[in-house]
Design a binder for this molecule. Structure first.
Ligand SMILES: NC(=O)c1ccc[n+]([C@@H]2O[C@H](COP(=O)([O-])OP(=O)(O)OC[C@H]3O[C@@H](n4cnc5c(N)ncnc54)[C@H](OP(=O)(O)O)[C@@H]3O)[C@@H](O)[C@H]2O)c1
Length: 233
């Protein structure tokens, strides 16, 4: 399969790229700075030059999403999977009275409008049919039922991302494209911190199983854990 991933230079994006390549897939690994791409991604692309293709893409800049999609289109490349992984977590533990609204806007720009820009430009490249999927990496922080009264920008953007996933699921049902918002678990990355119980590798393993249809998933579920279990909306 051919996968397109955002934020592939570190954290979960790098783990997803590594796991996909290990399983024999080809990855279009997008990073916002191709010069500063992490050593591990550089190593992977030199080990597997035909299976790791690094693209430059900043999810806040629509022109870069369009240019990356046009690069693939010019080479007649169709993709099977879009993974919207890039995100930020800011204004942690700020109360609503303390919150900086510019940071809230920044969060929406990356965590929600980013995936929308990516889908806008990459959907025409997606091969339709039962093997195709769009995976929006979400978070339990986006669950209405489990709202915990904090992390406003992050929780709100992920709730909206879940809605975007549900909208896409309906829109693409006739094309048999699977669309899921996936909570990767609390994992050890720059975002998750050292105390996180999970690893990005375990999470990537579960997400690749979802993509490869190795998990039996409730057909009505659109918000899943990385193990393919339905999450409370
Ligand atoms: N870690 C957890 O415990 C946890 C829990 C629940 C959900 N998640 C979700 O899992 C996903 C991955 O998180 P992570 O833990 O791997 O985070 P991370 O280690 O902080 O990595 C974030 C990635 O997003 C990229 N990024 C940020 N802004 C970008 C932009 N404007 N354009 C393109 N790329 C951009 C970063 O690139 P740069 O290196 O250029 O900044 C980096 O590759 C996110 O959607 C996150 O919300 C994580």
């Amino acid at each position: 399969m051919k996968l397109f991933i955002t934020g592939a230079n570190r954290g979960l994006g790098l783990a997803l790229t590594t796991e996909a390549v290990k399983r024999g897939h080809t990855v279009f690994a997008s990073v916002r700075n191709t010069v500063k791409q992490a050593d591990q991604l550089k190593q992977l692309s030199s080990l597997f030059p035909n299976r790791v293709h690094v693209l430059s893409l900043d999810v806040t800049e629509e022109a870069t999403c369009q240019a990356a999609a046009e690069t693939l289109k010019a080479e007649n490349i169709a993709i099977d999977v879009i993974i919207n992984n890039a995100a930020i977590l800011n204004e942690r533990s700020k109360t609503i009275e303390e919150i900086d609204m510019e940071k809230v806007e920044q969060s929406f720009n990356i965590n929600l409008f980013g995936p929308m820009r990516v889908v806008k430009h990459f959907l025409p490249l997606l091969s339709k049919g039962p093997d195709a999927s769009i995976i929006n990496i979400s978070s339990e922080a986006g669950s209405f039922q489990n709202a915990y009264g904090g992390d406003y920008p992050y929780g709100l953007t992920k709730a909206a991302l879940n809605m975007f996933s549900q909208q896409l699921k309906k829109y693409l049902a006739k094309d048999e494209v699977s669309v899921y918002a996936v909570h990767p678990g609390w994992i050890k990355t720059d975002m998750g911190g050292e105390k996180a119980p999970g690893t990005p590798g375990e999470s990537a393993h579960g997400i690749l199983d979802i993509i490869e249809k190795k998990q039996k998933i409730d057909k009505n579920a659109s918000f899943l854990s990385f193990k393919g279990e339905p999450m409370p909306q």
